[in-house]
Design a protein around this ligand. Structure first.
Ligand code: ARG
Length: 581
């Protein structure tokens, strides 16, 4: 079942062609929601200029065309009228709207169409081994996961790639520190529980103790040389970190698994070939001992050409070389139709240079446009990047604990009637949902201030408000008992609040398609928030459980579809919906 807008737009477009000939095939009907009707088609105004006619005359011809007349004859529209300078006001017939809601309610996909399947590779999360995940990693994880869920639901094959930082010079000092504290020791296990303190301890020794620094450097050489014992110790650190990452992921309810891991080390064997191919193709040149790619349009300070360094003068490869290898791998082996890199805003230039290089090398075909899904900064109350709380370095686990505690406090205050058990069960669902929704409900590239109190509030555009709306629809069905079980109830639209709710419900499929195209989960949040508000008005104005049987059945059908769309929408955002709130 298409949305009402999707049902009307092609008809008005066809009418334009019927009225003015094939030169105007596929003209945009400029269809918008209207205050005076359900929709208005504003195409007559721009067309009037083009056709050198009065806009009202243009509108009259469109309305007289067979396609628009058929809308009236077939009972899709109750009226089509011209107003003002040439707006075409379209009011849907109550009967059409009612059957559209019935059909959508009976559709297990709630009106979401399957798209022609593509293979979409999504790079997200990507924390670093033996380091704390920061709020930036949290946000790419949450946004990337929502995109993965939405695109999968639209029918695409999603290949998740967790590009963890599991290689490079810091592993020299990390491995030496691991040996110092002892494998399996309490301190070694910090990599699992408090990675930053492990990292900081290694770093401090590296800076203070020249003998340690020398061992660390030698260890890097051994690691790069493939020394067996060194690789085993490295693997130990990676393993411990995986436990830490998976602990965070399972707490967040994120769909990433070990199968999605494709860390930097995955590409070790490709790096020499990347450099060779670029050299042979004349794309890379040696400058100051380093192998570099200079690209048109990339300049640094004072207009000096900015190189992408792919092999340092000491022979080491860099972050850019690895990312060139990701492009090759994702195009050739993972057969991506679409490639998304859900990464912080600071890495934009890096990605542009990598992709431009890959394009020149012929690794990135013209029909693939990689997308940087830019992740904006999360700020503290001081409007600086959220790095510390109460002076101590930020631990993500502790931040999640705080979110759950804030949720618990808010629930204790607002819902004193719930049992201790219920409140304890709700707190993590509300707290984690709030953290995720805060990342999702603003445009992914904009900054926002992390404010737990606002995030767990029952009021405003919050996950708790939406969770509450779902719980309310479920409670209506519990109270309705048998009346809620009617198969395929007829939906009758008479009240304006029913009409508004019906129109909103029919939009779900269009909104999800837009989220998938634009890669903007916040549009889904806005839609769900508005839907919940529209439902709330309907709930206040249109008695449900006390209505006569046919009206009862109809209003329950509207309520049931609202419940399903809200719950599905939240699920696609990765947010749980508790039975009661
Ligand atoms: N590990 C990197 C960081 O913490 C992010 C990696 C993003 N993905 C990529 N293909 N470069 O900043």
């Amino acid at each position: 079942m298409p949305s009402a807008a999707a049902a009307l737009a092609p008809v008005v477009s066809a009418a334009i062609e019927e009225a003015f000939g094939p030169e105007l095939r596929d003209a945009d009907p400029v269809l918008r929601p209207s205050q005076h009707a359900d929709f208005q088609a504003n195409a007559a105004l721009p067309l009037a200029k083009q056709l050198q006619m009065a806009p009202r005359e243009v509108a009259q011809r469109i309305v007289a065309a067979p396609s628009v007349q058929a809308l009236l004859d077939d009972g899709v529209c109750a009226s089509v009228e011209i107003s003002g300078p040439g707006f075409i006001n379209l009011t849907l017939a109550d009967g059409w709207l009612g059957s559209a809601v019935s059909a959508t309610a009976a559709d297990p996909r709630h009106g979401v169409a399957q798209q022609a399947p593509q293979r979409v590779v999504i790079d997200y999360s990507a924390p670093n081994v033996a380091k704390e995940m920061h709020v930036g990693h949290l946000r790419t994880t949450v946004v990337g996961d929502a995109l993965a869920r939405v695109l999968e639901h639209l029918g695409h094959t999603v290949v998740r790639q967790n590009h963890i930082g599991d290689w490079g010079t810091p592993f020299g000092m990390l491995i030496e520190h691991l040996l110092d504290v002892g494998e399996g020791s309490e301190e070694a296990r910090l990599v699992e529980t408090d990675p930053n303190s492990f990292y900081q301890a290694a770093r401090a020794k590296f800076d203070a103790d020249p003998a340690f620094a020398m061992r660390a450097r030698a260890r890097v050489v051994a690691l790069q040389g493939g020394d067996g014992d060194t690789l085993r110790l490295w693997g130990e650190l990676v393993e411990l970190s995986k436990h830490y990452f998976n602990g965070i992921y399972s707490r967040l309810g994120v769909s990433l698994t070990d199968d999605d891991l494709a860390g930097e080390s995955t590409y070790n064997d490709d790096l020499a070939r990347v450099c060779d191919e670029l050299t042979e193709a004349g794309i890379a040149t040696v400058s100051d001992g380093a192998l570099c790619v200079f690209l048109d349009g990339f300049t640094g300070r004072e207009g000096k050409p900015l190189p992408l360094i792919i092999r340092k003068s000491d022979g080491g490869y860099g972050y850019g070389t690895t990312d060139l290898a990701t492009v090759r791998r994702r195009v050739r082996d993972l057969r991506a139709d679409r490639m998304l890199y859900v990464i912080g805003v600071t890495q934009s230039l890096h990605l542009q240079m990598v992709w431009a290089t890959a394009r020149r090398a012929g690794w990135l075909p013209d029909d693939i446009e990689p997308v940087h899904v830019v992740i904006g900064n999360v700020l503290g109350a001081d409007r600086k990047i959220l790095k510390t709380r109460s002076g101590a370095p930020l631990r993500l686990m502790a931040l999640l604990d705080e979110a759950v505690a804030a949720a618990r406090a808010a629930i204790d205050e607002d819902r004193p009637g719930l049992s201790e058990e219920e409140r304890a069960a709700l707190a993590p669902q509300v707290g984690i949902g709030a953290v995720k929704y805060a990342d999702l409900s603003v445009a992914h590239d904009s900054e926002y201030v992390f404010d737990l109190e606002r995030m767990v509030s029952l009021h405003g555009n919050t996950s708790r408000y939406l969770q509450y709306a779902v719980a309310r629809t479920r409670s209506i069905f519990r109270k309705a008992g048998d009346a809620g079980d009617a198969a395929d109830p007829a939906v009758a639209i008479t009240e304006p609040e029913e009409r508004a709710l019906a129109l909103a419900l029919l939009d779900f499929g269009d909104v999800l398609a837009e989220v998938g195209d634009a890669l903007e989960p916040h549009r889904l949040c806005t839609y769900l928030f508005e839907l919940a508000q529209t439902f709330s008005v309907f709930y206040e104005q249109c008695p449900i459980l006390t209505a006569e049987p046919p009206v009862l059945a109809s209003r329950l059908a509207l309520t049931g579809l609202t419940r399903d769309v809200l719950a599905e929408g939240l699920h696609l955002l990765g947010i749980e919906t508790p039975e009661t709130m």
